[in-house]
Design a protein around this ligand. Structure first.
Ligand code: AHR
Length: 499
């Protein structure tokens, strides 16, 4: 048994958490849309073809914002192919994932689905094969009230009220050579600036996200961020970040240390934003939209076997195990630690493709990563509070010293609830942890959720949907401002205290 201490104080505020930090993403890829969120004719779907069982899990998580339609897909997409009568919509080869796109689900269906899911839209526009004109047109279609070509077409298509989409991404991963219409930072920065200007002239109420690097391993990172922000500074509110993690070397300690890799990436992008701010003598704060993050590697071998030009093929269906859930918990803790700057983030993706929710034609099940995501979204709303952690450490060859225990607290002032999220990374030992809760005397334990598993590789599936799931913990005790709890080795924990 090891021991640790954590000091939390109601004054250690990081900032108000923007609920959109718990966003997610649906792309036209594999079975995410077709067979995932949209499955017409299935008895589990409603009259519009929306899977009701999927919708009810999305509502359980309370996903606040969903990015759409890509991803790499958007860089070759003609949004006009996905509107109007379904029997007139073209089937096209799409070159991001080498599939056939039937366009049976498009912008208007997405808008209906967003309402059905109680969420908001984050719409990406194509700045790969297209540009300013198309961006203006799609915005006019979505947000202009009436009396213009595109707004009247929306009305003709059955949508009297505007879709009123507030958040728009200016392309996707434009620094990546795999992207249709890949650009240099200067080419993209100029195009993003001109597109942003026109979009805001048409609808000044929208918020815009410029593309940052596709990941911190790109050769152009972080000069890309600096140059793009030089061009777009006055016109955008956010710069995007994307990052995925794998455990190909099958080393749990290295894998769980990767949250620190994410943390270093966040710190660098904040530094670049603040450098451009200083250079421009600006008062503006540039926020981060971490609009793709997750574990992603399990499906790579089987993806190589995939045949081209299928409709909604099984693709990128990572089957997540218990250790992946621990990293997802750590990544959520890491982003919350920077919630003064990260205002939006999207777990990529939401259904079937690298996703917490899996479907078959018969039903749904929750992958292990579903749980930390659910808990953070449900209980992690309010003010993020820093935790001063004194923890045992382990040595990692890439990172250096890594705390065995990581934690963050969230104070929901209206409901007078303090929530503590914690992960014990220690392979063998539980950690006896003593918390000092400054300013929270009189708070009592409402709930202690623990997720642990003897088998790091344990997964859920349709037949055994509950192999990995959280249980109630029993050893947390509070006395005045002292909380003591024993965190089991390799565990995800949520402690909720209320006045
Ligand atoms: O989420 C899967 C893919 O990962 C997205 O399409 C792309 O933006 C990223 O490379």
């Amino acid at each position: 048994m090891k021991s640790a201490s954590i000091t939390i104080d109601h004054k250690f505020t990081i900032g108000e958490i923007d609920k959109r930090i718990y966003g997610s993403f649906i792309e036209h890829i594999g079975r995410c849309i077709y067979g995932g969120v949209y499955d017409p004719g299935n008895k589990l779907s409603d009259e519009r073809g929306f899977r009701k069982d999927v919708l009810s899990l999305i509502k359980e998580i309370d996903v606040p914002i969903v990015r759409y339609p890509g991803g790499n897909f958007v860089s070759g997409y003609n949004w006009e192919d996905g509107i109007g009568p379904k029997d007139k919509r073209p089937i096209k080869p799409e070159l991001a994932w080498f599939a056939l796109e039937t366009n049976q689900f498009g912008l208007d269906e997405f808008s209906d689905w967003v309402k059905a899911a109680n969420t908001e839209a984050m719409m990406a526009i194509n700045l790969g094969s297209r540009g300013v004109e198309e961006a203006k047109n799609i915005l006019e279609y979505c947000n202009f009230k009436e009396g213009t070509y595109w707004s009247d077409l929306r009305i003709k298509n059955g949508y009297k009220n505007p879709h009123d989409i507030k958040v728009w991404c200016l392309g996707n991963e434009m620094d990546g050579p795999w992207q249709i219409g890949h650009k240099t930072a200067q080419e993209y920065g100029r195009l993003a600036c001109e597109t942003a200007k026109v979009m805001k002239w048409l609808d000044p109420s929208i918020e815009l996200v410029a593309c940052g690097s596709s990941n911190p391993h790109m050769p152009t990172y972080p000069a890309w961020e600096a140059e793009v922000l030089e061009h777009t500074w006055d016109h955008v509110e956010y710069i995007s970040m994307h990052q995925y993690f794998g455990n190909d070397e099958n080393n749990i300690q290295n894998f769980l240390a990767k949250a620190i890799v994410m943390e270093n990436y966040i710190k660098t992008v904040i530094a670049v934003c603040d450098y451009i701010k200083a250079k421009k003598r600006s008062k503006k704060i540039m926020y981060l939209s971490f609009d793709e993050w997750n574990v992603w590697y399990h499906s790579f071998p089987e993806n190589k076997e995939l045949l081209h030009w299928q409709k909604g093929p099984k693709f990128n269906e990572d089957i997540y195990n218990f250790e992946d859930a621990l990293l997802v918990g750590l990544l959520l803790i890491t982003m919350l630690r920077y919630s003064d700057r990260i205002k939006m983030a999207c777990l990529a993706q939401l259904v079937n493709v690298i996703a917490p929710i899996m479907t078959s034609t018969e039903g749904v099940y929750k992958q292990p990563i579903y749980y930390p995501y659910l808990h953070a979204s449900k209980y992690g709303r309010g003010t993020a509070l820093n935790c001063v952690i004194e923890s045992p450490v382990y040595e990692n060859k890439n990172i250096g010293l890594v705390n065995c225990l990581d934690s963050i607290a969230v104070h929901n002032k209206e409901e007078e609830i303090l929530t503590i999220f914690a992960v014990n990374r220690d392979i063998n030992d539980s950690i006896d942890t003593s918390f000092t809760l400054g300013g929270f005397s009189g708070f009592k334990i409402v709930e202690h959720i623990v997720m642990t598993n003897e088998d790091l590789k344990a997964v859920n599936d349709m037949e055994n949907p509950d192999r990995v799931k959280p249980v109630q913990g029993t050893n947390a005790k509070v006395d005045g401002e002292k909380l003591t709890v024993q965190f089991p080795n390799l565990s995800w924990n949520v402690i909720r205290l209320a006045k």
